[in-house]
Design a protein. Structure first.
Length: 325
């Protein structure tokens, strides 16, 4: 039986993301279950990056590191262009967007790129996964130093310091599993490449788990209790404009620089994103508790929006991009 015409236009991954988002908002998760879900999410991320390392030929990893134009442009988008957009948002009047939310968007603009969803979306879109992994990881490692510095300069935050837990998370959850996967790649890489569905299922399951846990934790903490529908709508519009600008600029600049299509996809997916996984814990270190709560709202809103939008883009790009494997 053929599906209705309207249903064929629905992106399955996007529908699942929106469903999980609604579930996280409507169904509160007890503290004990939330802690267990955090553990499951960590395990899923470790398995995902192990599979990426085990599936990817080492020559592709080396090639990703050598792509200096891709890596340099990605860092420029993350730590130069994005903060400029964040400063531009500060010109909005209070009647349009509250000062706390504007400050949160400026904080968002200096965060590193997210690793998990950037790499997952690059993989779905058939882009340069090796370039995305190396670029997003470099962005996060530098972000441990660059983000507090930019926060101190642009927001005048006090008590800025390095988030050692973020460094440990990057090393233990992302880099170490990937390196272990690379070590065993000569033995199991061929089998994994022939069974690509395993990585695709892990991709999608990890994205859904990250969305559910991040929204659920924010809901349980009461982060959205004082947010009106009107202010949320304006915040989402501003986030959408910023995201659209970054998507347009990264794709266009990638073409100007002569990057091939897989590299342009990696730049698009990594250069347009910001990491809630890094940003939310770091906010607790850089700001007073009352400020950290308001700063968290734009980070969460942008994080969910970027996943939904890039999921749609990734599926569309995949239909017009040859499979690199």
């Amino acid at each position: 039986m053929r599906a209705p015409a309207w249903l064929r236009w629905v992106d399955p991954l996007t529908a699942m993301i929106l469903g999980v988002l609604a579930l996280a908002l409507l169904v509160p998760v007890p503290d004990g279950v939330g802690a267990a879900l955090d553990t499951v999410r960590t395990v899923a991320i470790v398995v995902l990056f192990f599979l990426y390392g085990a599936r990817m030929p080492t020559r592709e990893v080396v090639d990703g590191l050598r792509r200096f134009r891709l890596q340099g442009t990605l860092l420029g988008a993350t730590y130069v262009l994005f903060p400029l957009l964040g400063l531009a948002v500060q010109l909005l009047p209070d009647a349009v967007l509250a000062p706390d939310l504007r400050r949160g968007l400026l904080y968002l603009s200096v965060l590193p790129s997210t690793v998990q969803s950037s790499v997952v979306m690059t993989s779905i879109a058939r882009g340069n996964v090796a370039g995305a992994i190396t670029g997003a990881t470099i962005s996060n490692v530098l972000g441990v130093l660059v983000t507090p510095l930019l926060v101190a300069v642009l927001l005048g935050a006090t008590g800025a310091g390095l988030d050692g837990g973020a460094v440990g998370g990057i090393l233990l959850q992302l880099l170490l599993p990937f390196v272990v996967g690379q070590c065993v790649q000569p033995w199991i890489g061929g089998w994994l490449r022939r069974h690509g569905g395993l990585t695709r299922v892990t991709d999608r399951a990890t994205i859904l788990l990250v969305v559910f846990t991040s929204v659920s934790e924010a809901q349980s903490a009461g982060a959205w209790d004082e947010l009106t529908v009107g202010s949320l709508a304006v915040l989402l519009v501003v986030c959408g404009v910023v995201l659209a600008a970054m998507l347009g600029v990264t794709w266009t600049v990638g073409g100007w620089l002569g990057l091939d299509r897989p590299d342009r996809i990696a730049l698009l997916m990594c250069g347009s994103k910001k990491s809630a996984a890094t940003g939310l814990p770091m906010a607790a270190v850089l700001f007073a508790p009352a400020v950290a709560a308001s700063v968290a709202l734009p980070v969460i809103a942008f994080h969910q929006l970027q996943i939904v939008v890039t999921a749609i883009l990734a599926r569309r790009l995949a239909r017009t991009t040859p499979d690199p494997s």
